[in-house]
Design a protein around this ligand. Structure first.
Ligand code: SAM
Length: 348
């Protein structure tokens, strides 16, 4: 089931450890210009593939304050990070969200600012967020079926997401991308087909994600993965052979199109066909850790030094050194699973 990662391209470069002058690079020569920032580990849903039902969220004091978060974004920007995605938990439930977006969008060097959200609060936030400088949203939606949506999210209402999608479109937060984590026996059949059908008449990108294992619920996640090849077969059984669309090496999603469709379909095959060679991402967790690979526990604590008075230059050195040691890829094929956090505590 787990695919090995091709290590042939992964010879660490023989160069002195981190240089802080130019853009961030890791020891394999990959440029790191993309920071995913988690605004909170808390969420207004409890998706079964993301966290256990009785998840406890961190107290506010353990999370980065607005000032701390902005300071670390400035550190990243000074090292060549130009692309930021806000995530969580659910980023839209963070107090002061619109002002945070405005400040991040105004940070010198940041040219691309997007957010991943469940969409529930976009009905009222899409316009203020767009006005504050947010450019795009990815909205999570695993099925169009109201009863199944409720059971996957444990209590969500799919109509709220629809209102959020419409609000995002109206606010110009485009292109709209919809993310669907495919879980065996939940949404791996007709639900995928109906999600894919949306692209016939909407210029959206509907992306199907292989479920990844994290934290305490890895048994469930590993037992119920649906592979990219299975997903493709299901969709082709309904719509015929998919056309491959043009591909950006850095994008984890492999794009396809149903013949004649306005929008595209994407498959994010992190588990069975990983895309680590094109990965230029690191993550900043809501509690201020630089996470080097989504699927590995390696992290560098930035918040503690910041609270202890580290200077800007010291924080730059910590971030650059951390990024330099970004692992080449995940270790699922070797049985290495990240256990220290659930997905909501990392930020997808
Ligand atoms: N609350 C927001 C949302 O729902 O989009 C942002 C945070 S959520 C953790 C980010 C993305 O991770 C979502 O698209 C979600 O579906 C995805 N995700 C969560 N758990 C996952 C898992 N075990 N495997 C793959 N993707 C997962």
């Amino acid at each position: 089931m787990w695919s090995s990662i091709d290590l042939t391209a992964a010879e660490p470069r023989d160069q002195p450890a981190p240089r802080y002058a130019g853009p961030l690079r890791d020891s394999f020569g990959r440029r790191i210009n993309y920071l995913r920032v988690s605004l909170t580990d808390a969420c207004n849903l409890r998706c079964v593939y993301c966290m256990p039902e009785d998840m406890h969220f961190r107290p506010r004091s353990e999370l980065m304050s607005d000032e701390e978060l902005l300071a670390l974004v400035r550190v990243g920007a000074s090292l060549g990070v130009n692309k930021i995605r806000l995530t969580g938990g659910e980023p839209t439930i963070r107090p002061n969200m619109v002002e945070l977006v405005r400040a991040i969008a105004g940070t010198p060097g940041i040219t691309d600012l997007a957010m991943t959200t469940n969409g529930i609060l976009l009905d009222r936030l899409a316009i203020p967020l767009a006005e504050a400088g947010l450019q795009r949203v990815n909205i999570s939606m695993d099925t169009l079926d109201a009863a199944k949506f409720k059971s996957i999210t444990r209590w969500g209402n799919v109509d709220d997401v629809w209102r959020g999608i419409r609000a995002a479109e109206a606010a110009g937060l485009q292109p709209i991308k919809l993310n669907s984590v495919v879980v065996r026996h939940f949404n791996d059949g007709i639900d995928m087909i109906e999600m894919a059908r949306l692209t016939l008449e909407n210029d959206w990108d509907v992306r199907f994600i292989e479920m990844m294992p994290f934290g305490e619920i890895t048994d469930f996640q590993q037992t119920n993965v649906v592979t990219f090849q299975e997903m493709r077969k299901t969709i082709e059984s309904a719509f015929g052979t998919l056309e491959e669309a043009s591909y950006d090496f850095h994008d984890p999603s492999r794009p396809f199109r149903i013949q004649g469709a306005l929008g595209t379909l994407g498959f994010i095959s992190s588990v069975t066909e990983p895309f680590c060679q094109g990965c230029g991402r690191v993550r900043l967790t809501a509690d201020g850790k630089l996470r080097l690979c989504l699927l590995r526990d390696d992290e560098v604590d930035l918040l503690t030094p910041l609270r202890e008075g580290a200077t800007f230059a010291e924080l730059r050195a910590l971030m650059a050194e951390g990024a330099y040691h970004k692992p080449w890829g995940h270790g699922l094929a070797q049985g290495v699973v990240a256990h220290n956090r659930a997905m909501n505590q990392i930020g997808g």
